[in-house]
Design a protein around this ligand. Structure first.
Ligand code: UDX
Ligand code: UDX
Length: 467
């Protein structure tokens, strides 16, 4: 076992990954001091808010953990220098968005923030420090981090203790909305690295709550690639079932029945077979595009094209839904009122990154629709920022609704885009009385049961359900 004793941990990046991951580590390892640092003052202030409903991210169970760890052995701050220099182990959990310009624009990951973090570690760290890649990164990024850290001993003052580093990869597999459960009971923990002492030190931390047989140790590059591959496989399943959903609509089959029938085959499995408006979230698209870019870079164009198709189909699914809404509403939505139920990329999160709702709603707004958007957790500000980033030609109007009935008042159609619990089992008899006739309900998440609308004049279109 490792002779390295870890007492203080620092995590750079207090986002959707860094925040919950460090909260759970602090909870499970009360003897460790965990400091989460971020350059964003506002975000850190929100993490320190005494009102636990105002944490910067919504994640079921997170408030419970924060209430017992924050101020005990978990601290959020912007004190980069001190937190880094005190730490024995540093997690880098900053964002790695897709590059928007330069070489690899639109596909490769922008590693500016990872590089900046590595430079800060190089500058402020003291003694021996284990540096851990938590962000999802292109294969061989660890090499770049090592190079940056290596430069640090150059020109050291004589009296300064020499700095040494070990770099590990420890990708996070948590899914938003179930992050706390995924962290507390992970399917596996993956650790890649070449320094056995450093690997052991990290294994020891996880052993506080994860059985040893679930901790997989690999070389650095396998670990980095496994994260990209896992996300690519998951996204591929969604594109596969979504392609079948269109087939079902064309043939009279029902995608729910097909998913059940194929999912009972143990080799296929029943998870990740829900057809929907396409995958969103910060990872899937970014990671596949990164895999596509790297495949091209390593001279594997067939591999690149294969994975690129997963993203192509995802965009097609979103476009297809918008076109169906248009077609059913007699070819125009100009001036028509449409309620949007759900804007987050999936239920149980306030995150809207890459949410299918952004593209579908902006397409409808370009056609002049009047949208009333209801989402239990997403704020007006966030939606406004999402639309602004897309800079499309808005010919319509959108507003937020406070409740489902408020959203549905006088609408010609309802479009359900997220499967929030509260959208199931609605009283459609009552809701139909609020809407204009003829009324359409477009259900892309299979939340409405046909029986619930049988006594109403609602026309129901369900994704993946043929006639
Ligand atoms: C991020 C990456 O996007 C993803 O690839 C990886 O798998 C995990 O980390 P997430 O936590 O969802 O995911 O990102 P985000 O919520 O944007 O948080 C990143 C945080 O890092 C932000 O709060 C940002 O302010 C902070 N940051 C960024 C720094 O503290 N320093 C920097 O130099 C850059
Ligand atoms: C994903 C991975 O699951 C996680 O392991 C990784 O660490 C980060 O990326 P996340 O993006 O938070 O997590 O959510 P996930 O539950 O995977 O859903 C991603 C998208 O796929 C959502 O838009 C969701 O609605 C969609 N989805 C998921 C489907 O359309 N059908 C499904 O059957 C499952």
């Amino acid at each position: 076992m490792s002779s390295i004793k870890i007492q203080k941990i620092c995590c750079i990046g207090a986002g959707y990954v860094g925040g919950p991951t460090m909260s759970v580590i602090a909870d499970k390892c009360p003897d460790l001091e965990v400091r989460v640092v971020d350059i964003n003052n506002e975000r850190i202030a929100a993490w320190n808010n005494s009102d636990l409903n105002k944490l910067p991210i919504f994640e079921p169970g997170l408030d419970r953990i924060i209430s017992r760890t924050r101020g005990r052995n978990l601290f959020f701050s912007t004190e980069m220098e001190k937190s880094i220099s005190d730490a024995d182990m540093i997690f880098i959990s900053v964002n790695t968005p897709t590059k928007t310009k330069g070489l690899g624009a639109g596909q490769a990951s922008d590693l500016s923030w990872v590089e900046a973090s590595a430079r800060q570690v190089a500058e402020y760290a003291k003694g021996h420090t284990i540096v851990i890649e938590k962000s999802t990164l292109p294969v061989r990024t660890a090499q770049a981090i090592k190079e940056i850290l290596k430069t640090t001993n150059r020109g050291n003052k004589k009296d300064e203790i020499s700095k040494t580093f070990s770099v590990l990869s420890n990708p996070e597999f948590l899914a938003e909305g179930t992050a706390i459960h995924d962290l507390e009971k992970p399917d596996r923990v993956l650790i890649g690295g070449e320094d056995p002492e450093a690997v052991d030190a990290l294994v020891k931390i996880y052993l506080n709550w994860v059985p040893s047989k679930q901790i997989i140790c690999t070389n650095l590059w396998s670990s980095e690639l496994s994260k990209l591959a896992a996300n690519a496989f998951l996204a591929q399943r969604i594109s596969s079932i979504n392609s079948i959903s269109a087939f079902c609509e064309a043939t009279g089959a029902d995608v729910q029945e097909v998913a059940k029938a194929i999912g009972t085959d143990k080799r296929i499995g029943n998870q990740f077979l829900s057809a929907g408006p396409g995958f969103g979230g910060s990872c899937f698209k970014k990671d596949i595009l990164n895999l596509v870019y790297l495949s091209g870079y390593f001279g594997l164009p067939e591999v690149a094209n294969y994975w690129n198709q997963v993203v192509v189909l995802n965009t097609w699914q979103q476009d297809r839904i918008y076109k169906i809404v248009l077609e059913k509403l007699f070819g125009t939505v100009n001036g028509k009122n449409i309620a949007i139920l759900g804007f987050s990329f999936k239920a149980n999160t306030n995150d809207t990154r890459e949410s299918p709702a952004i593209r579908i709603c902006s397409d409808l707004l370009e056609e002049g629709a009047i949208l009333s958007i209801y989402d239990p957790k997403v704020s007006f500000k966030r939606i406004a920022e999402d639309f602004e980033k897309l800079s499309f030609n808005n010919q319509g109007i959108w507003k937020m609704a406070n409740s489902i009935p408020d959203a549905l008042k006088n609408v010609d159609a309802v479009l359900i885009l997220t499967a929030w619990d509260e959208f199931f089992g609605l009283d459609w008899n009552y809701l139909a009385s609020l809407m204009r006739s003829p009324t359409w309900v477009f259900d892309t998440r299979s939340v409405v049961d046909r029986k619930e609308i049988e006594n109403t004049d609602i026309n129901l279109w369900k994704l993946g359900e043929g006639n």
